[in-house]
Write a protein that binds this ligand. Sequence first.
Ligand SMILES: Cc1cc2nc3c(=O)[nH]c(=O)nc-3n(C[C@H](O)[C@H](O)[C@H](O)COP(=O)(O)OP(=O)(O)OC[C@H]3O[C@@H](n4cnc5c(N)ncnc54)[C@H](O)[C@@H]3O)c2cc1C
Length: 261
Amino acid sequence: MKEHDIIIIGAGIAGMTAAIYTGRAGLRTLVLEQRVQGGQIINARKIENWPGDYGVSGADLMNKIYHQMNNFGVEIEFEAVVEIHEKSGGEKKQFLVKTEDSEYSCGAIILAMGTEPRKLSKKQAADAGKRPISYCATCDGALYKDKTVVVVGSGNTAKHEMKYLEGICKKVYHIHHDEPIPEDAEAVFVAIGRVPETGFLGGLVDLDENGYVVAGEDCKTSRAGVFVAGDCRTKDLRQLVTAAGDGAVAAEAATKYLRGE
Ligand SMILES: Cc1cc2nc3c(=O)[nH]c(=O)nc-3n(C[C@H](O)[C@H](O)[C@H](O)COP(=O)(O)OP(=O)(O)OC[C@H]3O[C@@H](n4cnc5c(N)ncnc54)[C@H](O)[C@@H]3O)c2cc1C
């Protein structure tokens, strides 16, 4: 089993910023990412509130951060974490991090799993049947050119998806999260918010009633040695700058923890 000082779960902006800090601090750092690096922002075409790079696309911004991270000896593996345990015994506290294929050991962890789109209710999923379900009109809208689709959701994201699809599709229905899916819709676009990807944590750390990891601005969780950064933390503002800020704070706290400071 490969040993690291620290394992960071998630290669979104929070996790990669944390890795830049721990890598620069000389910690043997492993980032585990279940999909591709970049996180939820990678499909955004234009970001207007990232300081210093007005209008940058999500993909370009995250690519730059990924290459910056690679300068500091950080390892990355593309595997989904499925379980974490604190190991018993031994002089120093150690954690066992299991993925579908491997097991890793480390002295500290930063949770940076972000959020994923909320899924349809059971009833609506049954209604949708075998029809394709998408969570991103910009990514998949072109597949339904001149077809009939439905957007589920009532917030700003749903409105944005509607507007985008209206430029491509023959007809776009708009329904709320509890309404039946129209029979003639050929694809379903879901925009009913996002939820934290914390289900696999079990009882490792305290979560709030919505599944977010409970921690304040110091990014310390209820368990010593486990820190949290970014959108999966309890907080008021989920944005790129706050996720990056968390990454730095969590990395600094974890570095001090590992050095016994
Ligand atoms: C469409 C859209 C537009 C946005 N526009 C803006 C904007 O203009 N400005 C702005 O400031 N913010 C914007 N945001 C919000 C911003 O994207 C988020 O606040 C930020 O990306 C959160 O970063 P994060 O690193 O915490 O999480 P994420 O970006 O969600 O990254 C988490 C990563 O963890 C991985 N992961 C999860 N579970 C596991 C696991 N078990 N094992 C391994 N890996 C795992 C995920 O695959 C993901 O890559 C936007 C969000 C969306 C969806």
